[in-house]
Design a protein around this ligand. Structure first.
Ligand code: COA
Length: 178
């Protein structure tokens, strides 16, 4: 692989970024529920139980995320306050709609953790770690309604590059040269 593996642990002033553990399954399951509740609210729809995870499915996803991290070289890390075990969300690099050479920055936090600057703080650490892998560029793809996410990208120095569209509407691609 032409790139160094993404760091699998990092501390910031307030946060501890670590690989997933099996006991993060509960928190991840709640995150997926909150994501679906937010979608339903935006679209004036009902929560679709089919989009939610059982505890077993959540456990399989988080243990899979941990086991696959070394093979892929990029991954997402869980976020906690330093000194706490409580899962707040995750942040990391994913191929997503982009490529392994120029991956996407990803972040998603539980509602209870929004509004404290945690996403920006964690993402800044991931950007530093991405630079250390030897990569030159990161991308982010965000739907037009997602104002908080655009604000996080602005604070990190991403600039909007172009848009694409799928059946759900416009997707804005932002880029950060490392
Ligand atoms: C996007 C997300 C990660 C941001 O997490 P966070 O920890 O609250 O983010 P931060 O506090 O670091 O920064 C959020 C910024 O958006 C601003 N913001 C939040 N809601 C806003 C709104 N409705 N209108 C304008 N600005 C808003 C905040 O004021 C803050 O900016 P500031 O520091 O200039 O005041 C969080 O909202 C989330 O998990 N959303 C659901 C998942 C998601 O959308 N992930 C991204 C997919 S592309």
């Amino acid at each position: 692989m032409p790139y160094a593996p993404l760091a699998d642990a990092r501390d910031t002033d307030r946060l501890s970024l670590r690989l997933w553990d099996e006991w993060d399954a509960d928190g991840y399951r709640l995150l997926v529920r909150e994501r679906e509740e937010a979608r339903a609210e935006r679209e004036g729809d009902r929560v679709d139980e089919g989009r939610l995870l059982s505890l077993d499915a959540a456990r399989a996803e988080v243990t899979g995320a941990r086991e696959n991290a070394p093979r892929r070289g990029i991954h997402c890390l869980t976020l906690r306050l330093r000194g706490s075990d409580e899962f707040l969300g995750y942040c990391g690099l994913v191929v997503g709609r982009s490529t392994i050479d120029e991956p996407e920055l990803a972040y998603e936090l539980l509602r209870s953790a929004h509004g404290h600057g945690y996403a920006t703080e964690a993402a800044a650490a991931v950007v530093d770690a991405a630079r250390e892998t030897g990569r030159d560029r990161l991308w982010s793809t965000v739907r037009t309604w997602n104002t908080p996410s655009f604000r996080v990208l602005d604070k990190l120095g991403f600039r909007r590059d172009h848009s694409t569209a799928d059946e759900l509407g416009e997707i804005v691609w932002s880029m950060l040269d490392l």
